[in-house]
Design a protein around this ligand. Sequence first.
Ligand code: SAM
Ligand code: 2KA
Ligand code: SF4
Ligand code: MG
Length: 245
Amino acid sequence: MSGPGETRIRVSEIFGPTIQGEGILIGLPTVFVRTGGCDYRCSWCDTLHAVDSEYRDQWLPMGVEEIWSEVVTLSGGKPLTVSLSGGNPAIQPLAPLIARGKADGYRFALETQGSIAKDWFADLDVLVLSPKPPSSGMETDWQTFDDCLRMAADGPQVALKIVVFDERDYAYARDTAARYPHLPLYLQPGNHTPPPPDDDDAKVDIDGIIDRMLWLVGKVTEDRWFEARVLPQLHVLLWGNRRGV
Ligand SMILES: C[S@@+](CC[C@H](N)C(=O)[O-])C[C@H]1O[C@@H](n2cnc3c(N)ncnc32)[C@H](O)[C@@H]1O
Ligand SMILES: Nc1nc2[nH]cc(C(=O)O)c2c(=O)[nH]1
Ligand code: SF4
Ligand SMILES: [Mg+2]
């Protein structure tokens, strides 16, 4: 069926329905399409199986119809919000997949660090930009980040989500909020026990996550930062570091 010119998307995994565990859509039933490959390598990345080139042979180049039929099967053919994540999903040619799904009445949310801007961001329903704080070891290119916002103008709802591990990360989050005062911002306590990619049920330090969550709530209330929203990774609280949930 696949012609020579057909779009191929590198897919690490497709799973669901589960609930969106993070940020602006938390609690919403969703199917995940996780693409393989990332231009970043965050020190604490919890999804190395979609980042580290060691796992590249697990990222299958899939056609749009192939991906779509899996999403439709998982959702029982009932339209829902599809979450596009990765890796960095902005690397992949996702426009035809989004068009295909929208034709069936599905909605699309995408998570990216904001390091690659694509004009098809305008076709999304929700764009979550998650710039990386100092503890990640990555540096934010604010020009490209602003390009992402430009691509999304007049299109999707946009939200910021920033992982916070420590005081420096918190200061970065405050600076980012000051830069984009009009955008809803979610703070997410870091999980300092990211799973080894091959381990299905790696232990997770829930106490450490809760401690960091409490510390973050203390920070925003002390600072009277009343626009910030603080949320844990709900799926990690429910299922630990398991893959495919
Ligand atoms: C795995 S990333 C994939 C999408 C994209 N590359 C990005 O970083 O936004 C999805 C979300 O998980 C967050 N994340 C990754 N590792 C984490 C960790 N150890 N603790 C908390 N959040 C983490 C990222 O910051 C991002 O908001
Ligand atoms: N349930 C659930 N919610 C999530 N929100 C962001 C995720 C991600 O890994 O991108 C994720 C995930 O892997 N599972
Ligand atoms: S940008 Fe996202 S997927 Fe890439 S290494 Fe960082 S957290 Fe992991
Ligand atoms: Mg995750």
